[in-house]
Design a protein around this ligand. Sequence first.
Ligand code: MYR
Length: 131
Amino acid sequence: AFNGTWKVDRSDNYDKFMEQMGINVMKRKLAEHDNLKITIEQTGDKFHIKESSTFRTKDIDFTLGVQFDYSLADGTEVSGTWEMDGDTLRGKFTRKDNNKVLTTTRTLEGGELVQSYSYEGVDAKRIFKKQ
Ligand code: MYR
């Protein structure tokens, strides 16, 4: 159901979230307009994600429930897992630099892919449209 190519359409509180993550205003301005596009290919409990943005292109492979490493677009390294909870993908990632936890979900709502982010009490969302 998550399969396909998704392009970011709008964000909610993403600037505040990035600020809480410690990202400076210059990078936040760029990140607001990153044209993030993700292609999701799920086969059973294995996922292949192609990420592309104004910052980079990146391929990510993970298996539900299996820990993996990922670096955010600003270079912050995290390690964690995605799990399926009903129709919701729930991610829990720990920053390697300070051990603080970032949680994220992906759900389908009205044909859109909604990704939520939470870090140290600040929540944000990015909403993607299918291409
Ligand atoms: C993926 O499924 O796309 C790869 C794993 C994603 C892990 C964590 C995602 C959090 C991204 C937060 C970006 C905010 C930058 C401050």
